[in-house]
Design a protein around this ligand. Structure first.
Ligand code: AMP
Length: 261
């Protein structure tokens, strides 16, 4: 059984994960649940798009075997005396900017794995730190599931597709691929042999700010530890990741960098 956990408002990114799951599994289960535990009080839990009717139709068209769309009562009913704590892997990137975010995700995915009991679960590279943390959770908590990572699905202009893109005004939507372009430029430079990316990153950050983005982070991180790296080495795997605000809307994107030996 394959499993694709989502918060709904299904788009091409989610659909691609469902199709990957279908390649590996006979039956695919999709969950749709806007998990309150991963939203901070000042975040967009209330506004988050909820389109269950359309989502169910899409799942049916794709041949999904079952959709699990629980209520809050099912997921968090009853008193809770326990919590999950993440000690590492969440100091930087989204973990650094959104305290409690990955604890909320680890909690809900832990529950979902125990309820759905999948053999394979597919997550998107779009949320690469989430993938890395869940990989660790599976290892440390002995979940009997294999994780697969699906590539980032993008609009024609390069913007990573996201349920939150619906918050963007027309003008913001036109600007939004700037984050992708900055990442692509830096990736090219790193593959061309720039080993110490600090100046390059600073310059791109300033360019983004000049274009009207508020940069939350824009840096190169080790894949294994999710820590910033000052100097890249051959044969290692890195994440070039960025998060920006356009107005109130937070956009994230990343690229994996692997320098060949
Ligand atoms: P969400 O509904 O935003 O919680 O996302 C559910 C799953 O879809 C997560 O594993 C995300 O990483 C993945 N996902 C979201 N956007 C994309 C995208 N543009 N391409 C590929 N996967 C995505």
């Amino acid at each position: 059984m394959g499993f694709v956990p989502t918060m709904g408002a299904l788009h091409q990114g989610h659909i691609s994960l469902i199709e990957i799951a279908q390649k590996y599994a006979d039956e695919v289960v999709v969950s749709i649940y806007v998990n309150p535990e991963q939203f901070a009080p000042d975040e967009d839990f209330e506004e988050y798009p909820r389109t269950l009717h359309d989502d169910l139709r899409k799942c049916e068209e794709l041949g999904v075997s079952a959709v699990f769309a629980p209520t809050d009562e099912v997921m968090y009913g009853g008193e809770s005396y326990l919590s999950i704590q993440i000690d590492r892997l969440n100091e930087y990137m989204d973990g650094g900017s959104r305290p409690g975010f990955f604890e909320g995700i680890a909690l809900v995915v832990n529950k979902l794995f125990n309820i759905v009991r999948p053999d394979i679960a597919v997550f998107g590279q779009k949320d690469i730190q989430q993938f890395r943390i869940l990989q660790q959770m599976v290892r440390e908590f002995n979940h009997d599931v294999i994780l697969k990572m699906g590539p980032i699905i993008r609009a024609n202009d390069g913007l990573a597709i996201s349920s939150r893109n619906s918050y963007l005004s027309d003008e913001q939507r036109k600007k939004a691929p700037g984050l992708y372009r900055a990442l692509r430029y830096v990736k090219g430079q790193l593959l061309d042999g720039i080993k110490k990316p600090a100046l390059l990153l600073d310059h791109q950050k300033s360019e983004l700010e000049a274009k009207g983005f508020e940069v939350d982070y824009f840096n190169v991180y080790s894949f294994d530890r999710i820590k910033p790296v000052a100097e890249l080495q051959r044969g290692r795997k890195y994440i070039l990741g960025g998060a920006v605000y356009l107005g109130e809307t937070r956009l994230i994107d990343n690229m994996i960098i692997k320098l060949e030996n």
